[in-house]
Design a protein around this ligand. Sequence first.
Ligand code: C2E
Ligand code: CA
Ligand code: CA
Ligand code: CA
Length: 278
Amino acid sequence: SKMGGRNRYQFYIASIDQQLRQRRQMETDLDNALANRELYLLYQPQIELGSNKVVGVEVLLRWQRRSGDLVSPETFIPLAEQTGAIVKIGEWVLEQTCEQLRDWLDIGWRDFRIAVNLSAVQLHHEGLESAIKRIMIAHRIPPGALELEITETSLMQDVETARKKLLALRKLGVAIAIDDFGTGHSSLAYLKRLPLDKIKIDRSFIQDMQTSNDDATIVRTIIQLSHSLQLKVLAEGVETRETEQLLVRLGCDEGQGYLYSKPVTAEALMDKYGRFGD
Ligand code: C2E
Ligand code: CA
Ligand code: CA
Ligand code: CA
């Protein structure tokens, strides 16, 4: 009926308005999250397949609001990218990470790297290089100890600019990994043009490898291609021994996933792997 239609329309307007208000509120809260100490970092180990040694950790950002609610990074990172807040937040992540890395180096955890996610917005921000340089000097970070994970899609937006940025970062001693590889359908020719150290195969391919021949073939191909380009390969989202065994057979270098550990606090990581610097 006419009335029903009108009510639906008003309901629709009200809910859009409510969504906009919630979104603006979240933007404001996110702007204040740093100052309010609502952000913190978790760490997830990266394992060398075969030797089972921890060779790295990935840093994963968390936002717990005062209410106690955890907001997923899948929600707040895109928001922070849109508002530009990611630049300040990302710099804080790098600073915290390098401070933690310095502590771990000091207790004798050598020969491992710490990987930080870098958004496309940060990569294209002109202050990035000088911020990283300053932070690395302040915490005396040795070359190769800090790795930046950059998604395939953000690198492919503008390959030539990305190439220049990556070269400058590498000059500072930073290692570069392509994140979520396989989801961006990038031309393989571009891979060769970028100064890279590692490919991280997206979790979606790893998780269906057991049941999908196509995915197993894709994983095998990515591993072969990476090795032919002298790149290390890490499989994301390793959850079972079976998957691990298949990856070992395919010659994959490293694995990361719930099979080894969920992302945990620095303290929990030290409790679990306290002796891996020996
Ligand atoms: P990502 O970089 O691909 O990170 C891996 C995600 O997979 C993490 O989700 C991790 O908790 C999850 N994961 C790890 N192992 C497994 C597994 O075996 N199974 C499953 N199902 N999941 C697994 P998380 O922590 O929720 O982060 C989501 C995304 O948010 C990240 O995806 C990354 O894109 C972004 N992110 C997180 N921290 C940062 C940050 O500091 N800066 C930026 N720019 N982005 C970040
Ligand atoms: Ca990542
Ligand atoms: Ca990933
Ligand atoms: Ca991802």
